[in-house]
Write a protein that binds this ligand. Structure first.
Ligand SMILES: [Zn+2]
Ligand SMILES: [Zn+2]
Length: 342
């Protein structure tokens, strides 16, 4: 009876064994499932982090461009290589951001700014980078090329060129937040180069913040008895220009450059009450009919031997007997802005 019992026990063990093996296999499968699931969750986290991280580059780019341009405005000292300065400053910012992301996500985060250069659009700057985000075998690696807008109102970009050009001639001053007042410095600067009729630019003004002109095509500036041109000038808008220097070269103090750039008007003379936010009240009491053309790249073209600044004919935009609004404009720019040539 006892022997029989042992036999039965052995038999039942044999019967149970496959069940145990099956159970173990099942457990293992289940384990693998958990692992796969965590892999999926992991890659989802990597992708989400990558997307989020990428969106920070244009923001950091604008902050750096603005800060570097403001430094030039403050010191009047041009950058020797603006592309490199912006690239290096942005790299520092992205390194800080990467380490914050690492702490918060537990992932490895790396961002390498490969270049900062002109975009096809002169109102943008192109930033190229590579990013790596991941952990172990799950990672996301990408080469990015992003266009950073220079006209985002949240990051107003100053026009650094007048601050550099006039630094040694008495400097310039920001008035009403969006105008640069030259006082006598522009006359001094032009006289120093032997430019004719420079005195027309005593108390001249120009735009401070870079804003893109909405009156496109530009020939419509001549519409409504020059009213469009007058409104454009009052708003201090900038225009696309193949002769005008680009934003990055403006930071290097270049009045012209080989890149597709921008131009804005320089108003020959502002009435003394310009500081009272009365920018329409421009008076001009000049005896001569010609003076340097009122376009910034014409006035600041000081590439030796100094013939870059050409003259333009006087143009009255507005005259109500009290307020008079005049600029000087050469034929090529008259054509560009839809103004008849005399
Ligand atoms: Zn305009
Ligand atoms: Zn340039």
């Amino acid at each position: 009876m006892d022997d029989h019992g042992y036999v039965m026990s052995g038999m039942s063990l044999l019967l149970i064994l496959p069940t145990i093996i099956l159970f173990m296999v099942f457990l293992d499968m289940n384990n693998a499932g958990v692992e796969e699931n965590s892999q999926l969750l992991h890659s989802d986290k990597v992708l989400k982090t990558s997307k989020d991280f990428e969106s920070n580059i244009p923001v950091a780019g604008k902050e750096v461009l603005k800060q570097d341009a403001e430094n030039v405005v403050r010191t009047g000292i041009p950058l020797t290589n603006s592309r490199k300065t912006v690239k290096d400053d942005l790299q520092i910012k992205m390194d800080q951001l990467s380490s914050n992301y690492e702490k918060n996500t537990g992932l490895e985060v790396e961002c390498n700014i490969t270049s900062v250069d002109n975009s096809e659009d002169p109102f943008s700057v192109e930033i190229n980078s590579t990013i790596y985000i991941g952990k172990d075998s799950v990672f996301h690696k990408e080469n990015l090329s992003q266009d950073i807008s220079l006209t985002d109102t949240q990051y107003p970009m100053p026009n650094p060129l007048p601050f550099i050009k006039c630094k040694n001639f008495g400097g310039v001053q920001v008035v009403n937040n969006n105008k640069i007042a030259f006082n006598s410095s522009l006359v001094e600067y032009l006289n120093n180069r032997g430019v004719e009729n420079a005195v027309a630019y005593e108390n001249a003004t120009t735009s401070y913040i870079i804003k893109k002109c909405p009156y496109d095509p530009y020939i419509m500036h001549g519409n409504l008895g020059y009213n469009t041109l007058k409104t454009c000038i009052e708003n201090g808008y900038f225009h696309e220009s193949s002769d005008g220097s680009c934003f990055l070269c403006r930071m290097e103090g270049k009045g012209t450059c080989p890149h597709y750039g921008m131009e804005t008007f320089i108003l020959p003379a502002a009435s003394p009450d310009i500081t009272n936010n009365n920018s329409t009240n421009i008076s001009l009491n000049l005896s001569f009919k010609r003076a340097p053309s009122s376009i910034d790249h014409v006035i600041f073209n000081d590439t030796p031997p100094g013939t870059g600044t050409y003259q333009g004919d006087i143009l009255t935009l507005y005259n109500d007997g009290v307020n008079c609004f005049k600029i000087f404009l050469d034929d090529a720019h008259r054509m560009k802005y839809g103004i008849p040539i005399f």
